[in-house]
Each structure stands twice: as structure tokens, then as C-alpha cells.
Design a protein around this ligand. Structure first.
Ligand SMILES: [Zn+2]
Length: 392
């Protein structure tokens, strides 16, 4: 704790290297405390909404739909659509508060209008994708009441693969602009790094993150022909070439390690288990309450409860896996980028700029963090840099 840690692992050379800024870190900690206080509120709102829906809305709505709409599909879409819309509306004040706090901390640069347009776009995308999934789910629930969970596991795999392929060209451009990264000295370095890794990165793109935030970021997305590394303009404009190349090397590490494929396979197995557990619970609920079958809309809350609980309980597992993949991509960047020191410097700048909590509590990391805490990553990169400089 305290300022001393910020220099832990730093080597002899203190000259021009970026340091964690004490003022920024105090802000980051204040922001992290605020966000932690919102966690129980957020969970409570979701749980409260669900319970109220089940007790007050579920039965009357189904009775009304039974008398108003003749066939099942429109009844299903109206029921699930209202349920989803209600969940979004209940969550909206909290989201608006989060957005205002991000403006307060100088992270978000969006106006109310721009923020709300993004919310609406998200809602439309979610409604289309969710609608397709619900239709497929109920098809299997009604036609294969005993083995629906197995089919849904396979559908989920197919759906994620298609979505991973389409997202960079169909969904992300709804929110951000992507332009091929212009030819310059830096792009030549990035290409040669990819060449050394024996891989062809099909595209390196620049995106206008600065239209939304002051935070910097970079990521790998897509599959097959849409596979690409995306660098935010907020990164490209404020970092040294070595730092940018080292961030690129981290993303390249994900690519070389085939992390997108691995996470799809793991998520599919976890989801298959989740559907199987839901299948057992649904069978019990059908017997206990006399529903027509698992595809009976009256059994919908049971389906939601079992899938949501399973997702909540297994998300620490998926996060732990993701943190492991991040460590591996970091180590790739130490070895194949311009050195671990440049990577540590990039992480230090990112932590200052993005107001990342340098040392979140263990429980929060365990439950919610897909990436290792900032300070651990910086220290580990600096330690590696020391050993690199010794062996050179
Ligand atoms: Zn990463």
C-alpha cells in the first residue's frame, strides 16, 4: 500500500520513465470505492425486479396473452420482450448515474444525447440477438423437451462463432469508426512483429475511442477473415512508439495463443453444463407445478433463475481463465515486443490515464476481474525487465 509500492520492482533507471501518479491513483481509488458500493445495489435491483415480475406480472400477463394472441410465437416474443425491456428500464437510472460519474472523473466525453443514443443502439442490437436466441431456445424446448439442453449447447457454439465473426464488421461499427491503420514507420514495425510471430494479422485498425472517452485501449477481435487488432486513437496519440508496439505485442500474444477460439470452447462447455443444470431443474418444476413441458411460458421464471444463477456462479471460473490468458499475453509482450520495460511503461500510462484501480480487493478480482490488477501487471513486467537487462 501507499506510494512506496509504486516504485516496487523498478530498476536502476528512473530518468524518463512514466510513474504511477499519486493524484491520479487517489482518484482511481475513490472511483473504485464508489463502484464497489454500487455492486450490491445493482444485484439487488436485478433480483428485486425478477421477484416482482414473478409475483405480480408473470401470471396476469400470460393470462392476458392467452386471450389476446392466437399463436405461441407472438405470445412468446411479447412476453420475453416486455421482460427484457423492463429489466433495461429498471437498470437505466443506475447506468445514467455511472455515466455521470464517468463524466465527473473526466473519463467519458459523451453528451447525454450521445450516451442515450448508444444505450438505444445497444437495446436494438440486444433485442435482435436476444429475439433470435429465444426463438431457437423455445423451438428446442417444445420439440425436444428431454434433450433441448444439448441442442442449445451446440446452438450456443454456432451462435458465438458467427457473432465473433460478424461483430467487428456489423456491430462494433454501430458504435465506433474503424479505419485501416495508415502506412507509416510504426505500421511497418507492427507488421514485422506479426511476421516474426509467423502469423498474418489481416487488419490493423485505428478507432475513434476519443469520441467517447479519454481512456486508452486496444483489443483483438474477429475470427477468420474479420480477425483484426484495433488500436484506439487515445493510445496512438499519447504513447511512445515502443509503448504502442508493446501493447500491440500483447494483442498479438492473444492471437498467437488462439485465445478467442479457446475462450469460445470453454464458454461453450460451461454453457452446456448450465443448460444441463437448467434441464434438470425444469424437469423438476414441470413435475411439481404441472406445466405443459419445459417450453410452457409459465415455466419461464424457472428457466431464468437456473440460467442466471449458473452464470453468476461460474463467472469467477471464466474470469480466472481470462486472467490466466492475460498473463500469458503479457509474457508474450515482454519477450517479443520492444522489451518488458516498454510494456511496463505502457501499463503505467494506461493505469494513470484510465483511472484503473491499482490494487482492487481480492474478492472483487475473484468475482469480476477479467484482467489481473494493474499494479501486479506493472510489477511483474518490471521484474521481468530487470532479468532481461541482466541476461543481455
Ligand atoms: Zn489482453
Amino acid at each position: 500500500m501507499g506510494n512506496l509500492c509504486y516504485n516496487a520492482g523498478m530498476s536502476e533507471n528512473h530518468d524518463q520513465r512514466p510513474q504511477l501518479d499519486a493524484e491520479r491513483m487517489a482518484l482511481a481509488r475513490a472511483r473504485a470505492r464508489e463502484n464497489r458500493r454500487l455492486i450490491p445495489l445493482d444485484l439487488g435491483l436485478s433480483a428485486g425486479y425478477f421477484v416482482l415480475w414473478w409475483l405480480l406480472v408473470h401470471e396476469p400477463l400470460i393470462r392476458w396473452l392467452d386471450t389476446t394472441l392466437a399463436s405461441f410465437t407472438p405470445r412468446l416474443l411479447v412476453y420475453v420482450g416486455l421482460f427484457g425491456l423492463g429489466a433495461v428500464v429498471v437498470d437505466l437510472p443506475l447506468e445514467a448515474y455511472r455515466y455521470r460519474r464517468a463524466v465527473h472523473y473526466g473519463l467519458s466525453v459523451q453528451s447525454w444525447r450521445e450516451w442515450f443514443v448508444d444505450v438505444l443502439k445497444g437495446l436494438v442490437v440486444g433485442a435482435i440477438l436476444g429475439g433470435i436466441l429465444v426463438l431457437v431456445l423455445y423451438y428446442f424446448l417444445q420439440h425436444y423437451p428431454a434433450t433441448w439442453w444439448l441442442w442449445m449447447g451446440l446452438v450456443y457454439l454456432l451462435f458465438t462463432v458467427i457473432l465473433a465473426q460478424l461483430a467487428p464488421v456489423l456491430i462494433m461499427p454501430l458504435f465506433l469508426k474503424f479505419t485501416p491503420y495508415e502506412e507509416d514507420e510504426l505500421s511497418a514495425r507492427l507488421r514485422s512483429l506479426a511476421g516474426e510471430a509467423g502469423t498474418q494479422v489481416r487488419g490493423v485498425f485505428r478507432t475513434n475511442l476519443s469520441s467517447k472517452t479519454t481512456a486508452a485501449n486496444a483489443w483483438l477481435s474477429g475470427l477468420g477473415r474479420t480477425r483484426r487488432i484495433v488500436l484506439g486513437d487515445t493510445l496512438l496519440e499519447h504513447y511512445t512508439p515502443d509503448e504502442i508496439v508493446s501493447v500491440f505485442a500483447h494483442e498479438l500474444g492473444h492471437h498467437v495463443h488462439r485465445d478467442i477460439w479457446h475462450s469460445i470452447v470453454l464458454a461453450t462447455l460451461v454453457n452446456l453444463a448450465g443448460f444441463a443444470v437448467a434441464g434438470v431443474l425444469m424437469r423438476w418444476a414441470v413435475g411439481r407445478y404441472g406445466f405443459a413441458g419445459p417450453g410452457d411460458l409459465r415455466a419461464f421464471p424457472w428457466l431464468v433463475v437456473s440460467l442466471a444463477l449458473f452464470a453468476f456462479l461460474t463467472s469467477p471460473l471464466l474470469n480466472a481463465y481470462s486472467r490466466g490468458r492475460e498473463w500469458a499475453a503479457d509474457r508474450y509482450a515482454y519477450r517479443h515486443g520492444p522489451g518488458a520495460r516498454a510494456f511496463a511503461d505502457a501499463l503505467t500510462r494506461l493505469t494513470n490515464q484510465n483511472l484503473a484501480d491499482p490494487e482492487p480487493p481480492r474478492w472483487q478480482v475473484f468475482l469480476f476481474y477479467s484482467h489481473p490488477p494493474a499494479l501486479e501487471r506493472i510489477q511483474s513486467a518490471n521484474q521481468f525487465a530487470v532479468s532481461q537487462s541482466r541476461t543481455r
